[in-house]
Design a protein around this ligand. Structure first.
Ligand code: NAD
Length: 493
């Protein structure tokens, strides 16, 4: 059976390519996909070959001719159907995601349902795209500023949010009238293939959506360099994002959603319990494997010891388990040995430089954890900026905490990073709120909450965290070219 969704989970999934509206067994080597909670192989995916990638791009180019001209209402209807099809199969899709990525099933289901919401959001936005008529410097002329879809989009995505990060690019592309070739992370290809299957159920025409699988350095790189791909929409690490920017062999549109090293500031006026709750949620959800995870927290000295103790207690209460067996666990397995190893390295570095271990710092004990990449949520206190936990993206369940004395010092420490994705502030005093939020050099600032991204508002990073936006109207504009049409009609000339 080629269809990944029809295979029982946990069971073997059969990887395929999705090209021109049909699943196709790839001709390249089979690459294993492993359940990070058990170490067992979930299935294999084909390494897409150059001729197969050419087929996918050619299918997207052919489909663009008709999809880009289809009226917006019809494209919106298709996106609504896609959202419905995804929501209707959320349970099965969530289990596929958990089997390949490790996050608990309930959390995975939540992500699938948010993807369904994104389909409906962009369906509505599709019908509201309009150009402008702008003033002219001479009588008798009219200038129209039109928005036209860019063309064929190459989407390259990471493994931490296997549905949403594919879906935002897919939904915005389809709403704008673009077609898309998706290269999902090699750790989490089956969620992307399950989404592709839903595009069939939604009646989205052949070639509008295509999925190719394989390694980033081969298939991803070939997609970036493909002469018939008009735009690359990339989410992943800053290192690979920079490499992609430098390796485009021709001028093409690029949006880059990259890494983060996100600070939280807790001022003297903060609601301590609320701040602790927010820190534990945004620091440890998805086992900390989130670009907008709270990595480091600066706490007003008067609250510092209380905050450290309460955050440690909150971390110790969180449950860690196999996300398929325990759907409501707080943390599942980490996605692979790489983020786990980096987490352990950052902890060892901090402790060697004088940090205090407050919670975690170890894998959970017991037979059930022996074969997977599990780790307890960890808090280290008394940190300084010569520690990796405070200056590099950990991408694991680790938070570093340090005290501050003045707001200026806290803002300077928060901005002392090459990244500029998301930042967090807990404060009740309006002067604290105004001073800190104005001073933070970040694309997103969440105050007294930790939900830095919502569908209606632009989401993007500054500095080494990226170029361009997802979400909101701004996210949709990334998929358009402007065209200025200047017309001489002579009236009033
Ligand atoms: P990664 O950069 O290693 O890989 C991302 C994708 O790029 C994968 O599909 C990979 O196969 C592909 N790739 C790798 N080398 C390539 C190349 N030479 N050419 C083209 N494609 C290539 O990232 P990851 O480890 O999968 O994900 C974690 C990173 O993603 C973290 O740094 C995280 O902060 C970032 N991220 C950012 C956001 C955001 O919205 N800003 C969201 C999620 C994750």
């Amino acid at each position: 059976m080629l269809n990944p969704v029809d295979s029982p989970v946990p069971g073997r999934l059969t990887g395929v390519l999705f090209i021109d509206g049909a699943f196709r067994a790839g001709s390249g080597a089979a690459l294993p996909v492993v359940n990070p909670a058990t170490g067992q192989e979930v299935g294999t995916i084909p390494a897409t070959q150059p001729d197969e990638l050419n087929d996918a791009v050619a299918a997207a180019r052919r489909a663009f001719k008709t999809w880009s001209r289809l009226n917006a209402r019809k494209r919106a209807d298709a996106l609504h159907r896609l959202g419905d099809a995804i929501a209707a199969d959320a349970d099965a899709m969530a289990r596929i995601m958990t089997a390949e990525q490790g996050k608990p099933v309930n959390e995975a289901r939540g992500e699938i349902l948010k993807l369904a919401d994104a389909c409906h959001f962009y369906a509505e936005e599709a019908t509201r795209v309009h150009g402008e008529v702008v003033p002219n410097d001479q009588n008798g002329y009219q200038s129209l500023v039109l928005r036209e879809p860019i063309g064929v989009v190459g989407a390259i995505t990471p493994w931490n949010y296997p549905a949403e990060l594919v879906g935002w690019k897919l939904c915005a592309s389809l709403a704008a009238g673009c077609t898309i070739v998706i290269k999902p992370a090699e750790l989490t290809p089956f969620t992307a293939l399950a989404i592709a299957e839903k595009t069939l159920a939604a009646g989205i025409p052949a070639g509008v959506v295509n999925v190719v699988t394989g390694k980033g350095s081969q298939v991803g790189q070939a997609l970036v360099e493909h002469p018939d791909v008009d735009k690359i929409a990339f989410t992943g690490s800053s290192a690979v994002g920079l490499h992609i920017q430098q390796s485009c062999t021709q001028v093409k549109r690029l949006s880059l959603e990259l890494g983060g090293n996100c600070p939280m500031i807790v001022t003297q006026s903060a609601d301590l319990a609320l701040a602790v709750k927010g820190a534990a949620r945004r620091g440890f959800r998805n086992a900390g494997q989130i670009c907008i995870a709270v990595n480091r927290i600066y706490v007003a000295r008067s609250l510092y010891e209380d905050f450290v103790r309460e955050l440690g207690a909150a971390a110790d209460k969180l449950t860690v388990a196999d996300g398929l067996q325990t759907p409501d666990a707080d943390l599942g397995a980490m996605a692979s040995g790489e983020p786990l190893g980096k987490t352990q390295d950052h902890i060892a570095d901090a402790l060697a430089k004088g940090a205090r271990l407050v919670a975690g710092g170890r894998a959970p004990e017991g037979e059930a954890y022996a074969a997977g990449f599990f780790f307890r949520p960890t808090v280290v206190a008394d940190c300084t900026h010569d520690m990796k936990v405070m200056t590099e993206e950990t991408f694991g369940p680790l938070i570093g905490v340090m005290p501050f004395d003045t707001l200026e010092e806290a803002i300077a420490l928060a901005n002392d990073t090459p990244y500029g994705l998301a930042s967090y502030l807990y404060a009740r005093d309006m002067v604290d709120i105004q001073t800190v939020s104005a001073g933070l050099d970040y694309g997103n600032v969440a105050i007294n909450n930790v939900d830095a991204g919502i569908m209606n508002a632009p989401y993007g990073g500054r500095k080494q965290s990226g170029i361009g936006y997802e979400h909101g109207r701004e996210g949709l504009l990334e998929y358009f070219n402007f065209k200025h049409v200047r017309l001489f009609h002579g009236v009033g000339a």
